[in-house]
Design a protein around this ligand. Structure first.
Ligand code: NDP
Ligand code: MG
Length: 390
């Protein structure tokens, strides 16, 4: 029977690629629910093509547009945050692909897990904010979380058949982003257009900026800890500019397994949806003759402070990763509005980590309050920076 999929964030980079995968495998997958935030036109086009049971446009301002455009179609149309949470929990949904961006993924992911849905997780921020709570909840509800992030998919693929074997170390590869090799002085005047040009991957704006600052790798270290049950000191980051080796696992006997392929998110998306099976695909194949050398370097955490800050937050545990994430979301949004400079982003994250109230064993409410407090603090810091730069 085809798996019935709900896509949370169907109009984004991951969401649209997931729909390509689904379209190529009509026997394996069926679109049950599509959820977007503001891109009404694309959501309507997707609904007409894939004929889901329901669509949700989270931003209520666009409800009328979507509802009118889909009048006469057999698609239910809903709006608002509570509709997002209800849609992922619908009894006709088997798998929820969480492809929204940032903290907004947390609540619907909780609702989907509570409803017993298998999670294909792209929204890494959910595990960064509340990894302890999410993994406990998934365990209690007998829910599997399959990674979509390419690095974590690589590790998961290396672990197939090895789940009973202890992991000694996880080695996450990082492309190094567009500013690899640059100094802090070089980075001072970086513009948003330069930061949005990733050498190997085409992705949404937030994750592209996170890749340029290495925060993405920091978030992925935290994501790996929760997905694979390892400690921070068992995760190592290595810069691999060609993005061919997507990550590696070292076992207790010293053996290292890696997963390779051209950078193409459709493959990890497809594997998360089709697991434990592999489905035929026509994605371009890797050829060693085109890559005479695969290279590796140590990450520069003096220049790219965010990676070190993420390790610090993970080691301090509690709500520190939640503070890191909220401060970073504000910083990236303000950088994308040209309100702050490239280096200001890690400055804001660091100051928030030092000043927002620490909670050792946070509840859901603590995460919500921490996220609020950290955003207020980060916005104050943005205002200060703007005053100084005038
Ligand atoms: P995009 O910005 O391209 O897309 C985000 C999607 O989420 C859009 O469909 C957007 O809707 C929707 N959305 C945003 N806010 C809400 C909300 N409050 N409620 C409902 N829907 C919402 O992001 P990406 O696809 O690049 O990234 C998604 C996640 O996947 C991120 O966590 C990212 O880190 C992760 N990831 C992405 C990779 C990539 O290649 N893109 C690689 C690995 C991980 P709309 O467009 O209608 O506003
Ligand atoms: Mg990744």
């Amino acid at each position: 029977m085809a798996k019935r999929i709900a896509i949370l964030g169907s109009t984004g980079s991951i969401g649209t690629q997931a729909l390509e995968v689904i379209a190529a495998h009509p026997d394996a997958f069926e679109v049950e629910v599509l959820i977007a935030h503001s891109n009404a036109d694309l959501l309507v086009a997707q609904a007409k093509k894939f004929k889901p049971n329901a669509v949700v446009i989270a931003n209520e301002q666009h409800y009328q547009t979507v509802a009118e455009a889909l009048r006469g179609e057999l698609v239910k149309v809903y709006t608002g945050e509570s509709a997002v949470c209800a849609a992922v929990a619908m009894s006709t949904v088997d798998v929820v692909l969480t492809a929204t961006v940032g903290y907004s993924g947390l609540k619907p992911t909780i609702k989907a897990i509570e409803a017993g849905k298998t999670i294909a997780l792209a929204n890494k921020e959910t595990l960064v904010v509340a990894g302890e709570m999410i993994t406990r909840l998934a365990h209690d509800h007998g829910v599997n979380i399959y990674p979509v992030d390419s690095e974590h998919s690589a590790i998961f693929q290396c672990l197939a058949g090895e789940f009973h074997n202890k992991i000694e170390k996880i080695i996450l590869t990082a492309s190094g982003g567009p500013f690899r090799g640059k100094s802090r002085a070089d980075l001072k005047a970086i513009t948003k257009a330069e930061a949005l040009k990733h050498p190997n991957w085409s992705m949404g704006a937030k994750v592209t900026i996170d890749s340029a600052t290495l925060m993405n790798k920091g978030l992925e270290v935290i994501e790996a800890k929760w997905l694979f049950g390892v400690q921070a000191n068992q995760v190592e980051v290595v810069v691999h500019p060609q993005s061919i080796i997507h990550s590696l696992v070292q076992f207790e006997d010293g053996s290292i397994k890696a997963q390779l392929g051209l950078p193409d998110m459709r493959l990890p998306i497809q594997y998360a949806l089709s697991y434990p099976d592999r489905l035929q695909s026509d994605f371009p194949r890797f050829d060693f003759r085109n890559y005479p050398s695969l290279t590796f370097e140590k990450p520069d955490t003096e220049t790219f402070r965010n990676l070190a800050l993420a390790f610090d937050a993970l080691n301090q545990a509690g709500n520190m990763p939640c503070i890191l994430n909220a401060a970073n979301e504000v910083a990236v949004a303000e950088f994308l509005k040209d309100n702050i400079g490239f280096l200001d982003m890690s400055e804001i994250v660091e100051k928030c980590l030092r000043s927002v109230s620490f909670v050792r064993a946070p509840s859901y409410e603590d995460y919500v309050n921490t996220d609020k407090e950290a955003r207020i603090r980060a916005n104050e810091l943005v205002k200060k920076l703007q005053v100084y730069s005038r």
